[in-house]
Design a protein around this ligand. Structure first.
Ligand code: ARG
Length: 250
């Protein structure tokens, strides 16, 4: 009997100690903000020489996390799995040069917009394709699940698009002659053309798209906090500063 009492006393002490430990751990550790992206989309996100995800989106997310007193963690994943990942809660937020579309808005909430993008067409310098009107009957390389993919499949048919895991692979397919052109956002297009010989971008009149962060529908608390932090970054000139670091004015 005496032994049992002592044992349960020891047990109680151990449990209280463990609880105290857990609590004090929480107060010192920062809450984590997990951002999902697809880091093959320069200058918005790319893997740098230190094997870290860098770029405009990574820096915006880091600045927002700092304002929220949170620690940023970045997960690199397939672009077409980002919406599911954020709506299922396996990541908190998507920053991926992601265009706000009505279809995506059915699954997630978007923050206020932080940048704009335009879908453009990359061709070989000697390509017979001169304008968008020449795209009919051509093979178009796109990144799976992007607006470029969705628009082209809609306008020219499923058979016209060749889907790749990222823009760089679509551009490689253009170089190899597997596709006749690549439809992708203007800033990554510029980066890919600069990094590859013999390519050019057509002058196009496509619609300007808005980029925003995607957050789960039920996480309105984070949406509000994100928008507030973003507004502050805009007001402080910090957002322009981040963008100007990666996109040089022409
Ligand atoms: N803006 C396009 C879209 O939302 C392409 C974005 C691709 N982003 C990326 N990180 N690969 O569909």
């Amino acid at each position: 009997m005496k032994h049992i009492k002592i044992l349960s006393l020891i047990l109680a002490v151990v449990m209280v100690a463990a609880m105290l430990g857990a609590c004090s751990g929480k107060t010192t550790e920062k809450e984590v903000l997990t951002m999902g992206t697809n880091a093959a989309f320069p200058p918005y996100e790319f893997v740098d020489e230190n094997n870290k995800v860098a770029g405009i989106d990574a820096e915006i997310a880091a600045a927002v996390a700092e304002k929220l007193g949170m620690e940023l963690e970045i997960k690199d994943m397939a672009f077409d799995s980002l919406i599911t990942a954020v709506s299922s809660g396996s990541i908190d937020v998507v920053l991926a040069g992601m265009t706000v579309t009505p279809e995506r808005e059915e699954s997630v909430n978007f923050s206020d917009s932080y940048a704009t993008g335009i879908q453009v067409v990359i061709v070989k310098e000697d390509s017979p394709i001169a304008t968008i009107d020449d795209l009919a009957d051509k093979k178009i390389g796109v990144q799976t699940g992007t607006t470029g993919d969705i628009y082209c499949a809609g306008d020219y048919g499923e058979d016209a698009v060749a889907r790749y895991d990222n823009g760089a692979l679509a551009v490689a397919a253009l170089q190899n002659g597997q596709v006749d052109c690549v439809v992708i956002d203007n800033e990554p297009a510029k980066a890919f053309v600069a990094a590859n010989e013999g390519l050019k971008i057509l002058d196009t009149e496509y619609i300007t798209e808005n980029y925003a962060a995607a957050i789960a529908k039920d996480n309105t608390e984070l949406l509000e906090k994100f928008n507030k932090a973003l507004a502050e970054l805009k007001a402080e000139g910090k957002l322009d500063e981040i963008i100007a670091k990666y996109i040089k004015a022409e």
